[in-house]
Design a protein around this ligand. Structure first.
Ligand code: GLN
Length: 546
């Protein structure tokens, strides 16, 4: 059988960052997938970090983790949520990984005495990498999202590699995303798009498709101008308007005929897209049958919503699954600590969620929120740190272990109910050293988790250094905490309350929730929130939640 020839679609962004390239990339990928093609996205990030693991979510948004444990840019979350599939770590290319590879090869003497250069060595490495991803995944299409903006120093060599690949391969399409500012209503300015396209052309690349972001709908006049100045047919200029939900974009681009333009360029068959399920889910988000469920996310990075993007999206999926609207309240945990009574803030909510996190700030506020949820039977979902603090709260207030804590926050606690994983003690390096990636765990029958997953074995993704201290499990269980899942090596993976809905997982279950296959515990959480909604909560301070 002749080797399948993967086609490449490159997505570049121009003018400014933050235009939503990841969503455009995912949407184009979805339109191809909906026609039965096997699509794999690649993201290039120009920074010199090897991966995202060491980056602060305040500055860079969430660190996403793949099954194989690779810590990647949050765009991967968008890809997986749209494509409903798990991607391998090789889909993430960073400046750091590329240079590391080149330098390792040089040290081994693999360049046979030559001087090592950006062209052809680095560019050759890039071309080989993206083609390998196509082969490894038997892809019909590899979509390559180029991080940053055209004209940046950081991605110049990467764009050069793609220019070369286009010349050699001639099976590629280039999509450029631009921004159209308006000075006043109806007065759209296409000049930045013209100049941005000229910049790309000066790098030897002619875009085949231009997609524009703007405040209002792209006018016919703007389209004509872009076409004239940028050498792109009018039919190949697309509008990416402001949307209520990102999941709508594939439908919008489909309506505008994006596939036909790709088909023309890449010689693709005329195929209908099957977007029925997608359409149904988007309708549930845009016009839910039931009024909104109010969920409080009690976290530490709530000022930067991107830090919890997968949690937010998993709630969107859960709400769509129960056909309800969603209203998220972002609550800064350290603010709760200043209050005598957290009911003031938490009483309006139908559910409380404590997401993952690191570091001491806000920990006591999160524990206060969990205690409030338990005592008032407000549905609770805890993710990673949210499980660890559920255990700390239970130890302190149900098992009467005063000052119980995680050794992450109090090295001298008399009751270290959460302690470092044994394999973490010797580690001194920061990058890539946590317990990372997908692990199987065994779920016990008769638990909420088992009913949700409908399976004895569950695989979810991890990113943590601490775990429930095995020495305290019996005591916690004796006081009524349910251990609903465990890792084969014994690590507690999920815990539950008995008297009301409260479930927590050591894994980041938000990372595998997708619009078409929502995280089972998010769906259960939303169901519980729906049941709880409107029920008057008991007064805070009551200590017998069960
Ligand atoms: N800080 C905790 C740990 O390292 C929780 C991590 C997380 O929530 N991702 O175990």
């Amino acid at each position: 059988m002749p080797e399948k020839k993967t086609k490449f679609i490159v997505i570049t962004g121009s003018i400014m960052s933050g235009l939503g390239k990841g969503i455009v990339t995912s949407s184009i990928a979805k339109l191809l997938q909906a026609r039965g093609f096997n699509v794999v996205p690649i993201k290039f990030d120009g920074y010199l970090n090897v991966d995202c693991g060491t980056m602060n979510p305040f500055r860079h948004g969430e660190v996403f983790v793949l099954d194989d444990g690779t810590e990647v840019d949050m765009d991967f979350g968008t890809y997986e949520r749209f494509l409903n599939k798990s991607l391998p770590g090789e889909c993430s290319i960073t400046g750091g990984k590329l240079f590391q590879k080149i330098i390792e090869k040089e040290r081994k003497g693999e360049y046979l005495g030559r001087d090592v250069q950006f062209v052809p060595h680095l560019t050759g490495e890039i071309k080989a990498w993206v083609q390998k991803v196509g082969r490894d995944n038997d892809a019909d299409f590899v979509l390559i999202e180029v991080g940053g903006t055209v004209g940046d120093l950081e991605n110049g060599y990467f764009i050069e590699a793609l220019r070369q690949l286009h010349f050699e391969h001639n099976n590629m399409a280039f999509v450029q995303l631009t921004y159209i500012p308006s000075l006043s209503v109806g007065e759209q300015k296409t000049k930045p798009t013209q100049q941005a396209t000229r910049l790309l052309q000066s790098l030897g690349i002619q875009p085949d498709i231009i997609i524009t972001r703007e405040q209002e709908k792209l006018t016919e006049e703007s389209k004509k101008k872009i076409s004239l100045y940028c050498n792109v047919a009018e039919e190949a200029v697309f509008d990416d308007p402001l949307l209520q939900t990102v999941y709508e974009l594939p439908l919008i681009l489909e309506k505008q005929g994006l596939y036909a333009q790709l088909a023309k360029k890449l010689d693709l068959p005329n195929k209908e897209a099957d977007l029925k399920e997608w359409h149904k889910n988007v309708t549930h988000i845009l016009q839910p049958k039931d009024r909104p469920l109010k969920i409080a996310i009690v976290g530490k990075y709530t000022a930067v919503k991107d830090a919890y993007i997968s949690v937010k999206e998993a709630l969107v999926h859960g709400a769509a699954a129960v056909n309800s609207g969603l209203e998220i309240g972002w609550i800064e945990a350290s603010d709760l600590e200043k209050l005598g009574d957290v009911a003031e803030v938490l009483a309006p909510y139908d559910g409380i969620l404590v997401p993952g996190g690191f570091g001491e700030r806000g920990i006591e506020g999160k524990i206060m929120a969990i205690r409030y949820a338990r005592e008032n039977k407000v549905p609770y979902l805890g993710l990673c740190l949210g499980l660890q603090l559920m255990v700390v709260e239970y130890a302190r207030y149900k098992c009467n272990l005063a000052n119980a804590n995680s050794t992450e926050f109090d090295k001298k606690t008399p009751h270290p109910v959460i302690d470092m994983l044994p394999e973490q003690h010797q580690i001194s390096k920061m990058g890539g050293t946590m317990r990372l990636g997908a692990y199987d765990c065994k779920v016990n029958a008769g638990t909420v988790a088992h009913a949700a997953y409908k399976s004895d074995t569950v695989s979810e993704r991890h990113r943590h250094r601490y775990e429930v201290n095995p020495n305290y499990v019996k005591e916690l269980e004796d006081h009524g905490l349910v251990v609903s899942a465990t890792h084969p090596k014994g690590v507690v993976e999920m815990t539950e309350w008995k008297g009301s809905f409260g479930v927590a997982t050591q894994a980041h279950i938000e990372l595998k929730s997708r619009l078409e296959t929502p995280g089972p515990l998010f769906v259960e959480f939303m169901k519980a929130a729906k049941d709880f909604r409107g029920k008057p909560s008991k007064s805070a301070g009551e200590t017998h939640g069960e």
